[in-house]
Write a protein that binds this ligand. Structure first.
Ligand code: S3P
Length: 426
């Protein structure tokens, strides 16, 4: 499907973005491992999270939709059953990495696969610590693990592990394996990454503590099903934060967005660029902070983004690059080599697509350099079947002169199924 986008200004509206993708995945997985019912409100019905539901149904978990809620009938820590079919995670790296931590400890064997993009995403980062814990993961190439692969469940032992890359997915896989392991597991993060796993598991009865950059996971005998309210996804809200800043004469109010500090790098960066953005009505639901975000037309300046801020905004870099095209001066994004192993090589796809709009943008080894301030011109932009590239280019198109066409535009269904409806109604 192709999507046409035209320029818009004078936007004054209130938007509720769909549920957080990271929290939605975790609510299904942890609900499956808990005793009793987990009732999920605000679950993201995007393709990635539906892949997680389908995998856990194949592992014997009853998961039902009841009006606007998802109900997971958990079977406790030892209730999963051997899947009769291959578990297909589709495009979802979060499903593949996190489920591997769980399956590594089950008394059965599982086969895992996914789409063409997932088959290129590195799994060594998960296999290395899980193998140290005693797990058996077997792919076509033992040195470099990629999907499809097989996990033979084993009895695991706790380890102390320093993550070589700051990755919440890898951290979460180890934490999940630790639930089944003998003894304590200790994980040291090079930089803080999103902590939704720790928050939700503790909410369900786990014993996970953080001191500095070290996470201590102590085994517990049981997790308990809970009601989970999923906050709006700040990564989805980010597109509208940038629209609010760069479209002329506009004010956008984004309701009930998750503002967990491990995710709010986008707000800090837009503020540092001179963005007129504020958080109101803060509260906490199931351990996660939420708030309303108000954003108004701003005159943005270039900035430097790198270091420990990168994990706090890793998924927002494509749309930050769009904001930087509309900012005066130079923006440098560095230390972001992880972008190369996302749904697409996002350093390359962002730079090559924004160039088509006439942006002055250069690819570097670990990020990009953007010289902003010149108007963008509508063009035909490819999504590379990457949802965040499609949405970022749609934001560029909304603020560029003329008409923009996004090709393979339907990939937004991965994380934000009603994205174009909201965009068209602005
Ligand atoms: C996610 C963690 C991040 C992020 C991904 C979702 C998660 O990946 O890019 O979209 O839910 O844990 P890494 O932790 O591998 O950087």
């Amino acid at each position: 499907m192709n999507q046409i986008i035209t320029q818009k200004n004078n936007i004054h509206t209130t938007i509720t973005v769909p549920g957080d993708k990271s929290i939605s995945h975790r609510s299904i997985m942890f609900g499956a491992l808990a005793k009793g019912t987990t009732e999920i409100e605000g679950f993201l019905m995007g393709e990635d999270c539906l892949s997680t539901i389908s995998c856990f149904q194949k592992l014997g978990i009853d998961i039902q939709q009841q009006s606007d809620k998802i109900i997971v009938h958990g079977k406790g820590l030892h209730g999963l059953t051997a899947p009769l079919e291959t578990l297909d995670v589709g495009n979802s790296g979060t499903t593949l990495r996190l489920i591997s931590g769980i399956l590594a400890a089950q008394p059965f064997c599982s086969h895992l696969t996914g789409d063409a993009s997932i088959q290129k995403r590195p799994m060594n980062r998960v296999a290395a610590p899980l193998r140290q814990m005693g797990a058996v993961l077997k792919g076509n190439d033992h040195e470099n693990l990629f999907a499809p692969f097989t996990i033979e469940g084993r009895r695991l032992n706790g380890i102390t592990y320093t993550l070589p890359v700051a990755s919440a997915q890898v951290k979460s896989a180890i934490i999940l394996a630790s639930l089944f392991a003998e003894g304590q597991t200790v994980i040291i993060e090079p930089e803080a990454t999103r902590n939704h796993t720790e928050i939700m598991l503790n909410h369900m009865g786990a014993d996970i503590k953080k001191m500095g950059n070290t996470i201590y996971c102590n085994p517990v005998s049981q997790l308990y099903g809970k009601k989970i309210i999923v906050p709006g996804d700040i990564s989805s809200a980010a597109y509208f934060m940038v629209i609010g800043c760069i479209c002329k004469n506009s004010t956008l109010l984004l309701k009930n967005v998750g503002i967990n500090e491990t995710r709010t790098g986008i707000i800090d960066v837009l503020k540092a660029m001179g963005g007129n953005i504020a958080v109101q009505n803060q509260s906490t639901v199931n351990g996660e902070k939420i708030g309303d975000i108000i954003v108004k037309t701003s005159s943005l300046q270039g900035t430097v983004i790198g270091g420990k801020d990168i994990p706090r905004l890793i998924d927002e870099i494509p749309v930050i690059a769009v904001a930087a095209c509309f900012a005066k001066g130079t923006t440098v994004i560095k230390d972001a080599q992880e972008l190369k192993v996302k749904e697409s090589n996002r350093i390359h796809t962002v730079v090559s697509e924004l160039k088509k709009f006439g942006a002055n943008i250069t690819e570097t080894e670990d990020g990009m350099i953007i010289k902003g301030g010149n108007p963008l011109q509508g063009c035909t932009a490819e999504s590379h079947q990457d949802h965040r590239i499609a949405m970022s280019m749609a934001v560029a198109g909304l603020c560029a002169y003329g008409k923009t066409m996004i090709t393979d535009a339907e990939c937004v269904n991965i994380s934000f199924p009603n994205f174009y409806d909201i965009l068209n109604n602005l």
